[in-house]
Design a protein around this ligand. Structure first.
Ligand code: FES
Length: 127
């Protein structure tokens, strides 16, 4: 097994930041329509920084591992910085072994974009 496959399995079996926040500043849900998998993402924001994050939902191993990994990438980052984050950064972190499962791997990314839009983040200098 490649180190990236190990990483995906580890995040799937031991998800980071899974659960819910008591008082989130944003709480969004996104779904992959064809398979019905659902992801909920919550952020606590302070001074333009994603101070805390949680995810919950149901989905395949790739989407849930990707969500777990993404929460680690989100925490402590400025919202503008997150808006600038490209899909490839998440895919690279996942190791690119999930090419045929792109929709699964990017469900968390789409959910993050939705959360940032709900917070009014549209790009550099605007939050
Ligand atoms: Fe639904 Fe992977 S099969 S997100």
């Amino acid at each position: 097994m490649s180190p990236y496959e190990d990483l995906i399995i580890d995040h799937w079996r031991n998800p980071r930041n899974k659960g819910t926040l008591p008082d989130p500043d944003v709480d969004v849900t996104e779904a992959n329509v064809p398979c019905g998998d659902v992801l909920r993402l919550q952020l606590k924001v302070r001074n333009g920084v994603a101070e805390d994050v949680r995810f919950d939902g149901r989905g395949c191993a790739i989407s849930m591992a990707s969500a777990s990994l993404l929460t680690e990438m989100i925490k402590g980052k400025r919202l503008e910085e997150l808006w600038e984050m490209r899909e490839e950064e998440l895919l690279d972190a996942l190791g690119g072994v999930i090419k045929p499962r792109l929709k699964c791997a990017l469900l968390p990314y789409r959910t993050l974009r939705k959360a940032l839009e709900a917070l009014g983040v549209r790009g550099r200098g605007r939050a």
